[in-house]
Design a protein around this ligand. Structure first.
Ligand SMILES: Nc1ncnc2c1ncn2[C@@H]1O[C@H](COP(=O)(O)OP(=O)(O)OP(=O)(O)O)[C@@H](O)[C@H]1O
Length: 268
């Protein structure tokens, strides 16, 4: 894909299910090297938007281009091979080790396809990625024995195996304890520095889960984008309070964001 072509170009998109607008008039453009956070309340439409960008859903109206290809005019399966979509609900049924699950990122299948075997170089890359995500000591553990946080980190390594140009992360810090969350955020910052061309979109409800390397933010409310742009322009007390329909004060310290309910000042 040419450098000048946006990684994602969504234009005037509606997505309607059962007569209900899950997304309405959504326009969004993401370029190489940009790292977006997608914020919104429960049910706002974040995962729905991510499913369009991950080429797993089609818009009802409007156009979606991902990596230069228009949805509806491209083999979605082929396109998905170039997108790293980290879905915490990814199912692993076979008793695979962490190394094997990460390797299935190459085939984009839940298990190894029949007669497929990774090369030595692919195994080495899988191990490097597992180390980069702080999971080196877990390489040989069987998937069912992992904690939720360990699975989340292994799934990011899995998504990176195919060297995707676009990485989609759906609530990657959900269920992580404090230390695991901090390790995850550091790993994401490090990975972004290692591959400056990759673009990413991370979905969360929590401002504390936004990596410091985030460049842009988009706020969704009831299927509509209410603000988007450079992260420090978008993450303001007014915008976040409006998006979540609640009085929230936002602050930023050393690149990390914090949200607090605004306490009314009582006089007297
Ligand atoms: N296939 C579907 N058919 C009908 N409604 C759907 C479908 N998928 C999702 N929805 C509805 O669309 C709305 C947006 O869902 P979505 O999962 O995108 O929200 P979200 O912002 O990711 O929420 P959460 O933060 O709770 O994960 C929800 O009200 C959901 O019930």
């Amino acid at each position: 894909m040419e450098n000048s072509v946006p990684v994602v170009r969504v234009e005037s998109v509606d997505l309607v299910r059962d007569g209900r607008f899950l997304l309405r008039d959504v326009t969004l453009q993401v370029r190489r090297g940009e790292h977006w956070v997608l914020l919104g309340a429960n049910g706002a439409g974040k995962s729905t938007l991510l499913s369009l960008l991950g080429a797993t859903a089609h818009p009802t109206a409007g156009t979606v281009h991902v990596l230069g290809h228009r949805l509806g005019r491209v083999d979605m399966r082929e396109l998905r091979a170039h997108i790293g979509h980290v879905n915490p609900r990814h199912m692993v049924r076979a008793p695979l080790t962490v190394r094997d699950v990460v390797l299935t990122g190459l085939t984009n299948t839940p298990e190894f396809p029949p007669r497929w075997a990774p090369t030595d170089a692919q195994v080495m890359r899988a191990e490097e990625l597992v180390h980069a995500l702080g999971m080196g000591s877990r390489l040989n553990l069987l998937w069912p024995t992992l904690s939720q946080g360990e699975r989340g980190r292994a799934l990011i390594a899995r998504a990176l195996m195919a060297e995707p140009e676009l990485l989609l992360l759906d609530e990657p810090a959900t269920g992580l304890d404090l230390a695991a969350r901090e390790q995850l955020l550091t790993s994401l910052d490090d990975l972004r520095a290692q591959d400056p061309d990759r673009a990413s979109i991370l979905v969360t409800h929590h401002l504390e889960e936004i990596p410091t390397t985030t460049t842009h933010a988009v706020l969704v409310r009831e299927g509509v984008i209410v603000a988007q742009g450079p992260v420090s322009d978008v993450l303001t007390t007014a915008n976040i309070s409006d998006c979540f329909d609640h009085s929230i004060t936002i602050s930023n310290e050393h690149g990390r964001w914090v949200a607090q309910t605004r306490v009314p000042v009582t006089v007297g």
